[in-house]
Design a binder for this molecule. Structure first.
Ligand code: UDP
Length: 235
């Protein structure tokens, strides 16, 4: 495995599987199996999950709700997803800890960087819930921030598409996939990978990003084994 410590970012929507809303248990079980494999190969794994399958602050604000209230609801949605993944991992006999950016001590530890690192060193999968704990941010930014804090070697962003293309592959059948792209090319070409706050944090801290299709079984392991054709590397 070419990376020792990784941060895996999953979108909330990826947990829906074939459903229109909520959480698909088969999808969770599949993710748990894949994560278990890489943990067993000695990789230290931290995870950030979005909440878009349940609630997004910006959409609630468009409907008239106070944005800050909506964003806190979105952050709570990420905790629900994190608990679901924690449960699936435990069913697969993987040791986990859930650390949240908003205190909820009956269900999770508060986020403390040194504690998170200690859990990773002990081989536990650490899930970071509740985003950054602040409204107006995204879970992509939470992923970048936490990855930098725990000194992860890379962020793996699991998506529905198998990498970064020169145009949207779901709209343009002739879109061309990049195997590798630099941070400056992403800015120059206006490629859409994550929001600018998240992306700039990675750029300024020289944290590579790999965008890959997490829904194809076996891909996570292939990415970590350094197979170049799987996903797109930004560095
Ligand atoms: N959110 C927030 N601050 C954060 C992270 C998330 O306010 O640091 C809220 C925001 O409303 C966002 C929602 O939580 O829309 C769900 O997160 P996100 O949209 O990033 O989830 P994803 O698109 O990855 O499923």
């Amino acid at each position: 495995m070419i990376y020792k410590r990784i941060l895996l970012k999953l979108s909330g929507e990826s947990l829906m599987g074939d459903k229109q809303f909520g959480i698909d248990h088969n999808r969770l079980a599949q993710y748990a199996k894949e994560i278990k494999e890489i943990v067993e190969s000695g990789v230290e794994v931290a995870i950030v999950i979005g909440g878009g399958n349940i609630f997004r602050g910006i959409q609630a604000a468009e409907g008239g709700m106070d944005r800050v209230q909506g964003d806190y609801m979105g952050m709570l949605a990420t905790v629900i997803n994190s608990m679901a993944l924690q449960s699936a991992l435990e069913e697969a006999d993987v040791y986990t800890r859930l650390l949240t950016a908003i205190k909820m001590e009956q269900i999770a530890e508060p986020f403390i960087r040194r504690r998170a690192v200690r859990h990773l060193e002990k081989g536990r999968v650490v899930i970071f819930g509740a985003g950054t704990g602040n409204p107006y941010f995204t879970t992509d930014t939470a992923a970048s921030l936490r990855a930098i804090e725990i000194e992860a070697d890379v962020i793996l962003k699991g998506t529905r598409v198998d990498g970064i293309y020169d145009s949207d592959p779901e709209k343009n059948p002739d879109a061309i996939k990049y195997d590798k792209v630099s941070f400056s090319e992403v800015y120059e070409k206006g490629l859409n990978i994550m929001d600018m706050t998240a992306f700039t944090l990675c750029n300024e801290n020289k944290l590579p990003i790999i965008v890959f299709d997490m829904d194809t079984p076996g891909n996570l392991k292939k990415v970590l084994a350094g197979q170049e054709k799987v996903g797109t590397l930004v560095e």
